[in-house]
Design a protein around this ligand. Structure first.
Ligand code: CA
Ligand code: CA
Length: 586
């Protein structure tokens, strides 16, 4: 018996490290589907990534407003501790006085929302050889019933008991040895936990999966590269796109990328999951003639069957790493007396799209950054009119076949907007888009697929094009007009929150939490958190007081891949702290 318990203990510690503190104070979270659907309206909690299934990141709270916000001050700060810092791209969740917040290196903490005291922490024991492309970040968790669910860098999905932090189930989403990983917050739809995968830089095959949230049992899987079979309850559920090789050449579709690395949103009106897909693999587009469906696209998926209902490809035959993963936000607007069921998305490629969310039809699109070179515009269906002079050349055309022509292209591959989520204010009817103005030198090289190795066939150097790079823009989705712009020296890399208090909150790499006037862009509040902010703020009400939290900790893709942007960010310090603010009690 003794040897058994010893080996059991060793096995457990080899997999996870779970520490739970016997405080006994926290209530067991019990989050229902209804709680998630109503998350935006219920101001006493934040139970989903995006603050509601549509991901609008809008709060009806207004105790914090343009008049009061100047008095806002820190209530507590919680450190993730240890030597493990790096990028903190998380959005916290709050339920019944407990905050659940993920951190770099696949860690998660439960914290008392009033005192900032730790209730438990869980740290995934990651194997050697994980392959996150763009820092060891995590963007958040999902809550369902008494579970907290999050993805880890070795492509596991872990469900913890929300009271103790103990593992209740764990599932594998893909092989980390083949380049799969997970950094996105999972989403709960109709009792299922819905996830994507990362790994588009390693030639994985993107997919969307739905599991029973209570048990982790797989319900359906939908590959996002044309030609791969989907499954529903263990049975074949149709080949994605109907067949292979309609928009791909040769065997390239087998390692076609289209990673679903940012997760998605859900629109209860149309009962559709919206999920974006990343670049086709490899980056070198000359190796894969065709549109390469469903890469660099937005997909609408039926949650009951896992079937693709519509798709909209933002960058067909992508040659610039313009991943199409950015969030699709459902919103309604009135035009000629009629309500339009729309969805908006701001793409890496620099264009902002308004689609009919019932069928994916293009309504309008416009650039939201300056000096775009790769396309001359969008046609009447929203398809880009490619500027061939901005497509990096084919290595096969060079003298020794080793390198194609280098071109300068705007935006850079890190995008006019990257992962950092925008917000939609129901009050101003504007989108608040964290964007970046930059370009890149890019060229192609020969490459062949090797399991577990980078699969790009491209080289690049990112370059600033103005004095500033970051730009928070207030965009009118009906006209395409940019109503105001807040310029930031370093690239913006964190999410945005809009509130009925006429405020827009976000953080910058320089460390500031900023509160801007939603109508004018005027700075109403700033506070330096001591490290760069690349997380997404939330707000909620407790005991009659409005709280606001944001995670601080500089990192992410920019310091790894930013090229000549390094000059702007070289003095920024790492960190790992949840800052929580409120107004003084009076
Ligand atoms: Ca809520
Ligand atoms: Ca990519």
């Amino acid at each position: 018996m003794k040897s058994l318990s010893l080996s059991g203990g060793l096995l457990a510690s080899a997999i996870t490290l779970a520490i739970s503190l016997p405080l006994g104070m926290s209530a067991q979270a019990n989050v229902t589907d209804k709680d998630i659907l109503n998350d935006q309206e219920t101001v006493d909690d934040v139970v989903s990534y995006g603050i509601g299934p549509r991901g609008q990141r809008y709060s009806p709270l207004k105790k914090l407003n343009t008049k009061t916000v100047k008095k806002m001050h820190p209530a507590w700060a919680f450190s993730f501790g240890g030597e493990k810092q790096r990028g903190q791209e998380s959005q916290p969740l709050v339920k019944d006085g407990v905050m659940y917040v993920t951190a770099s290196y696949s860690r998660i903490y439960a914290v008392d929302t009033v005192t900032g005291e730790e209730l438990w922490q869980y740290e995934a024991r990651l194997p050697d050889g994980i392959m996150p492309c763009c820092d060891v970040i995590n963007r958040g968790a999902a809550l369902y019933e008494d579970l907290v669910i999050f993805g880890t860098l070795d492509a596991k999905l872990v469900a913890l008991d929300s009271k103790t932090g103990k593992v209740r189930w764990r599932k594998t989403m893909g092989s980390y040895k083949a380049g799969y990983s997970s950094t996105a917050a999972p989403m709960i739809v109709k009792g299922m936990v819905v996830t994507g995968v990362s790994g588009g830089e390693f030639g994985v095959v993107g997919k969307v999966e739905a599991r029973d949230a209570k048990t982790g049992k797989l319900i359906w899987t939908r590959p996002t590269v044309e030609g791969h079979m989907g499954y529903l309850n263990g049975e074949e559920n149709g080949i994605t796109g109907g067949a292979a090789n309609q928009t791909w050449t040769g065997d390239l579709w087998k390692t076609g990328g289209a990673a679903t690395w940012l997760g998605g949103t859900y629109d209860p009106d149309t009962d559709l999951i919206f999920m974006g897909t990343g670049n086709p693999s490899p980056w070198n587009s000359h190796l894969r003639p065709g549109d390469n469906l469903y890469s660099s696209s937005r997909l609408a998926i039926d949650p009951d069957t896992g079937k693709i209902v519509w798709h909209f490809q933002t960058t067909p035959h992508d040659g610039w790493d313009f991943d199409g993963v950015n969030e699709v936000i459902a919103f309604d607007y009135k035009e000629k007396g009629k309500t339009v069921k729309a969805a908006a998305t701001a793409d890496r490629n620099g264009y902002f799209y308004v689609l009919d969310r019932t069928d994916g039809k293009f309504i309008r699109g416009f650039p939201f950054i300056s000096n775009i070179t790769w396309a001359k515009g969008l046609d009447e269906n929203g398809r880009p009119i490619i500027n061939e002079a901005s497509l990096p050349g084919n290595p096969a055309d060079s003298e020794d076949g080793s390198k194609g022509t280098t071109v300068f292209s705007v935006p850079s591959f890190l995008g006019g907007k990257n992962w950092m989520p925008m917000a939609y204010s129901q009050k101003t009817e504007l989108f608040y888009v964290p964007s970046n103005e930059w370009g890149m030198d890019i060229w192609n090289e020969p490459v062949s697929y090797k399991k577990g190795a980078a699969y790009l066939g491209s080289g690049f150097t990112i370059k600033p094009i103005f004095d500033h790079i970051g730009s928070l823009k207030a965009i009118n989705p009906k006209t395409g007009e940019i109503e105001w712009e807040f310029k930031n020296d370093a690239p913006l890399w964190g999410g945005v929150l809009a509130t009925a208090g006429n405020l827009v909150f976000f953080g910058n790499p320089e460390g500031y939490l900023l509160g801007l006037n939603a109508k004018t862009g005027e700075v109403e509040y700033k506070f330096n958190t001591g490290s760069g902010i690349v997380g997404s703020p939330i707000t909620w009400e407790q005991d009659g007081e409005q709280y606001l939290s944001v995670v601080s900790g500089w990192g992410g893709a920019v310091p790894l891949w930013g090229g000549e942007v390094a000059k702007k960010i070289k003095n920024l310090n790492q960190g790992g702290t949840v800052w929580t603010f409120k107004l003084p009690k009076s």
